[in-house]
Design a protein around this ligand. Sequence first.
Ligand code: PRP
Length: 194
Amino acid sequence: MSSIRSNNPHNDIEEVLIDDAAIQARVRDLGAEIASAYGGEEPLVLVSVLKGSLIFVADLMRAIPINVVIDLMEVSSYGGGNTESSGTVRILKDLSGTIEGRDVVIVEDIIDTGLTLNYLMGYLSGKSPRSIRIVTLLNKPARRLVDLKVDWIGFEIPDKFVVGYGLDFRETYRNLRYVGVLKRELYASALGES
Ligand code: PRP
């Protein structure tokens, strides 16, 4: 089995787990569900957790038929290409605006151990929003380490290493339109396998 990388990301995918059409259909439904949960006068604040949720939030916000504003945070829990969570969350970019008294939805691409969102829920709750909920495109319940209430889930997925639609391996593959399983030989060294 060769581990030589091509420059075509599709060649590195073992299996397409969720295709473009399925993602788009689910995002439309999530947008309608989220909109129906809010009746406030102030626009809903979508807090996108970069970089992974970049693609998801761009599609999701266009599927929400009420007023929304967007703010961006960048956090990192998986330093330098590791595939396991360190449990340490670092804020690389904080919110630009205030969320005090506002309805907030945190937008994530994937919840794995839950450590990132557990930290973020505590951090953002401390800024006194009116409400705070979570939407994630993907949920990997098999790896959860902390109890977390997730309000909207796009897809439950098995414990496989997935990339695409915003999700990366060493910063690559985010531009795939689908969510796919990466060929194991490509990330085996990061797991300490030969
Ligand atoms: C990923 C993902 C979540 C987090 C989930 O981010 O976007 O934020 O890990 O993992 P957890 O539930 O185990 O905490 P990552 O740190 O890889 O950064 P990225 O979004 O920039 O790719």
